[in-house]
Ligand binder design. Structure first.
Ligand code: AMP
Length: 414
């Protein structure tokens, strides 16, 4: 199928052409016609599938057509895209700019951690589409700078991540301020019960679109795991990075302080590295991201929340310095590479305490990740034991107990 079959208007098609997109991705193919028919949508799709264009393109089109039909010249906020992190908000803003380049619609992106002055000015001048993170949006609403009374399109992006980050309360408060007559598009990579409830609160007879469940999107990615002792992980990392075919690496750690420590260690070893996490000022995070995209740095160390949705074309490698205790997080992480059909490599380090996470991950993705044997920092004993030995017997309490212990890493604000 080509974009020409999707009833898109000429200025949108031209923008896609300019972006070099030739064919819609599955989520685009399924969602665009539904949204153009003004139906609500429940999308089960993760970042990397092309879901941003799947909702941005038809919204741009519907808004433009309505403006033309009613000969409106004013810019009122008619579309709200709510997304959990600043990085995602910025990326969605960039997508709207790119896809809407031939349309006279205005958008603006608002998020916390920076002065609100420019954001307030932009809203005052008039915008059609607002992309926002929940906290700052609520602030600006409470101060009377933003009203949602004209909203016709509401997109809730990465709903499961909103939940993980503790934003659901904010989201619910925002929802109460939306007009009841609107079109709602709801996206979530996973659909736990709480998300299903939120969806049923928000959506009116939605069409459900599901693309390659997370567990199968990883098929193009070459995965491997290195067993090693915790104290050898840094040496193993430096050793692996001697391989120059590893062009650029997104390196995941669980904790913010570990990200900085690793970045320092790698720079000392002569490997250009920066860290990106929630404690860094917004400008520093953007700079780190730009440097990485421009290949001025080779390694970007990130925590899950800071990296959520980061869109880096041609990312060759993802390395999990630690394995995540939530198996879906593994899928999100490695999905940063192998984008839009490209091949990618995902390497994971696994120490004794993480074997249980590895087994959860393998259950989720329904495959065994090949183990690299006989490397310089190998622990031969780990190859034989499937379940962790000794103290790592969590019994029925396993997931609850462990997940709680690490939960700080998943609830920090980005
Ligand atoms: P997303 O899932 O929205 O974060 O998109 C993932 C990546 O795919 C982004 O780099 C997009 O620019 C790219 N992309 C989206 N749609 C297409 C398409 N139809 N053809 C090629 N690349 C695309």
């Amino acid at each position: 199928m080509s974009f020409n079959n999707l009833q898109l208007i000429e200025p949108v098609l031209q923008a896609l052409d300019k972006e070099g997109y030739t064919h819609p991705t599955p989520v685009q193919e399924k969602s665009i016609p539904v949204i153009l028919q003004k139906r609500d949508l429940l999308g089960c799709a993760q970042t990397g599938t092309g879901k941003t264009a799947a909702f941005v393109l038809p919204i741009l089109q519907l808004m433009h057509e309505e403006k033309q039909n009613t000969e409106q010249t004013q810019h009122k906020i008619k579309a709200l895209v709510l997304t959990p992190t600043r990085e995602l908000a910025i990326q969605i803003g960039e997508s709207i700019r790119a896809y809407g380049r031939y349309l006279p619609l205005r958008h603006h992106v608002i998020f916390g951690g920076v002065s609100q002055h420019t954001q307030v000015q932009a809203v005052r001048r008039g915008i059609d589409i607002l992309v926002a993170t929940p906290g700052r949006l609520l602030d600006l609403m409470q101060q009377g700078h933003v009203t949602l009374r004209d909203i016709q399109f509401f997109v809730l992006d990465e709903a499961d991540r909103m939940l993980d980050m503790g934003f659901v309360h904010d989201v619910k408060r925002i929802i109460t301020r939306l007009p009841s007559k609107r079109q709602t598009l709801f996206f979530s990579a996973t659909m736990p019960n709480e998300i299903k409830q939120l969806a049923s609160m928000l959506l009116n007879n939605p069409v459900r679109v599901e693309v390659t469940p997370p567990a199968t999107t990883v098929d193009l990615i070459q995965q491997s795991v290195y067993y090693t002792e915790k104290h050898n992980k840094q040496s193993l990392l430096v050793h692996l990075l001697k391989d120059s075919s590893i062009e650029n690496v997104l390196l995941f750690t669980q904790m913010k302080h570990a990200a900085d420590k690793l970045a320092r260690m790698l720079n000392n070893a002569g490997i250009r590295t920066e860290a990106i996490h929630g404690n860094k000022a917004q400008a520093a995070r953007q700079r780190a991201l730009e440097n990485f995209k421009a290949k001025r740095t080779r390694v970007l160390v990130a925590t899950d929340i800071a990296a959520r949705g980061i869109d880096i074309d041609e990312l060759t490698h993802v390395i999990n310095f630690e394995l995540p205790n939530v198996p879906e997080t593994y899928v999100h992480r490695i999905g940063r590479t192998g984008r839009a059909g490209a091949k990618g490599v995902a390497i994971s380090f696994c120490d004794w305490s993480e074997k249980i996470f590895l087994s959860d991950i393998q259950k989720l993705i329904k495959k065994t990740i090949p183990v690299v044997k006989s490397h310089s920092f190998d622990v031969p004993g780990m190859h034989d034991i499937i379940q962790p030995a000794g103290n790592f017997s969590y019994g029925n309490n396993r997931s609850g107990g462990m997940r709680k212990r690490h939960s700080r890493a998943f609830t920090q604000r980005a």
